[in-house]
Design a protein around this ligand. Structure first.
Ligand code: ARG
Length: 463
């Protein structure tokens, strides 16, 4: 059993079950690149402020770099008795360079150290996920572009409402993802704050230079209050919130892909390579990928609730409860990334049955609003036009016809304002083309929105 860094005041050895219970190494070992980078910066700062000698700093840094290699190569041995990644690295350093290793932790506590590591980890992962989201947006735009003239029924209450372009529908997801990237980018401002130097909670008696450490680690800001520095996990909660909202968007897309690929809709077919079969029903092709994304959304919401609850009512400053933050955070980071990546891969291979979409848009009186609008242009107040068309729909239902399948005289029985030109208004293309209001589904608008989105993503790619 390794010697513990803190066992000076203890007269009994820690019970094995307690070691296992309190250990977090299985979870937090993945913080090691950040822990070592942070420790190297800390050493450089200690040498610069003459808290330790240059010679000692060189030894410490060389030792840390060798440990990094051992970890990278999977040669490092983990042991529950050493609790967490911070203790593991420090203990290994002592094995490698002897007593000097004991100087690494001068002017530092694991409380500010772990806060630093998690912030470095999360800023890295948040930036990565923003890039993943941009790639997904790009795929959505490319897909939308190939469907600039594909008409489909737009829905409200999951009832056919008005025809829209598939490209317009897809661009709604582009917008959601745009807000997701904005939220993540905004949360980065509060993640990217350097807490090291808060020590256990009160700051330190050594003449440290926190701004220098921050500069070395590329942090634009240092935390202002040492107690808050070791207590704050808001940045994790903000990430989990943004992740939850993003997963909610992905779950809505999932649901549509699942519905649309059912034989009831038959709007799309998912690629064979992204579906699975049934072990009993030979005919089945199941939409497992979107189903799992939809299901994982529940877990991501749960992670947010878990983290809020871990932090609820915790007295200042650090409490061991907070160690639970990492499994929650890592799970959300991994899950969100995996979901965005798999959708990015799958989307371009989805087959769209344009004719079925068009057929669905042609039935179910999706032109009723347009007929009412037509009567309004002829001078009828909208409410009156609404009820007039309602009667026409009732009549057409009885005759098992669509509005545009009624004869002119049948239509005229509902209003004398109706003339031959009504039929031009009631076609799908006319309905889509005429919705030119800003943000509407007219092809010109959608083309413009596509170009704007493309320019934005190209700009991001080049900068
Ligand atoms: N493993 C701990 C965590 O993740 C590191 C901080 C431990 N601090 C302490 N005072 N025991 O929170």
């Amino acid at each position: 059993m390794a010697e513990k860094a803190w066992d000076g005041r203890f007269s009994e050895k820690t019970d094995k079950s307690v070691e296992k219970f309190t250990s977090s190494i299985e979870v937090d070992q993945r913080l090691y690149p950040y822990d070592i980078e942070g420790s190297i910066a800390h050493c450089m700062m200690l040498a610069r402020t003459s808290v330790i000698s240059e010679k000692d700093a060189v030894l410490l840094i060389e030792g840390l770099k060798k440990i990094r290699q051992e970890l990278d190569q999977g040669l490092f041995k983990f042991d529950d008795s050493l609790e967490d990644i911070h203790m593991h690295i420090e203990t290994r350093l002592a094995e490698k360079i002897g007593g000097v290793a004991r100087k690494l932790h001068t002017a530092r506590s694991r409380n500010d150290q772990v806060a630093l590591d998690v912030r470095m980890y999360l800023r890295d992962k948040t930036s990565g996920i923003i890039k993943n989201l941009n790639e997904f947006q790009k795929v959505i735009i490319d897909f939308a572009e190939t469907h600039i003239d594909t008409v489909m029924p737009g829905y409200t209450h999951l009832q056919r409402a008005q025809p829209v372009l598939l490209a317009h529908h897809l661009l709604a997801y582009y917008e959601m993802l745009e807000r997701d990237t904005q939220r993540l980018t905004d949360s980065l401002k509060r993640t990217n704050i350097m807490p090291l130097g808060a020590a256990a909670l009160a700051g330190t008696t050594y003449p440290i230079d926190r701004a220098y450490t921050a500069e070395l680690l590329d942090f634009p800001v240092i935390s202002s209050n040492s107690i808050d520095s070791v207590s704050d996990r808001d940045f994790i909660i903000e990430f989990l919130t943004a992740a939850g909202i993003c997963m909610m968007h992905l779950s809505r897309l999932s649901e549509e892909l699942i519905l649309w690929s059912s034989s009831e809709f038959s709007f799309i077919e998912l690629p064979d390579s992204f579906a699975t079969g049934s072990s009993i029903m030979p005919q089945k092709k199941n939409p497992d990928v979107p189903e799992l994304v939809r299901g994982k959304t529940g877990k991501i919401y749960g992670n947010l609730m878990a983290m809020l609850t871990v932090m609820k009512s915790l007295p200042l400053a650090y409490n061991r409860d907070m160690q639970e933050d990492k499994s929650i955070l890592f799970d959300s980071v991994d899950t969100l990334k995996a979901c965005v990546e798999i959708f990015t891969k799958m989307l371009p291979h989805i087959k769209v049955f344009k004719n079925n979409l068009k057929k669905a848009a042609s039935t179910g009186f999706l032109n009723a609003t347009d007929m009412a609008d037509y009567l309004v242009t002829k001078g009828m107040p909208f409410r009156e036009a609404h009820s007039c068309v309602g009667r026409a729909v009732g009549y057409a239902l009885e005759k098992k016809k669509e509005l545009d399948e009624l004869t002119l005289s049948e239509l005229q029985s509902f209003s004398e304002l109706i003339k031959e030109d009504i039929f031009k208004v009631l076609t799908i293309n006319a309905m889509v083309d005429r919705r030119k209001s800003f943000g509407g589904t007219a092809p010109g608008n959608v083309r413009e929105a596509l170009n704007k989105a493309k320019n934005k993503l190209n700009f991001l790619r080049d900068h």
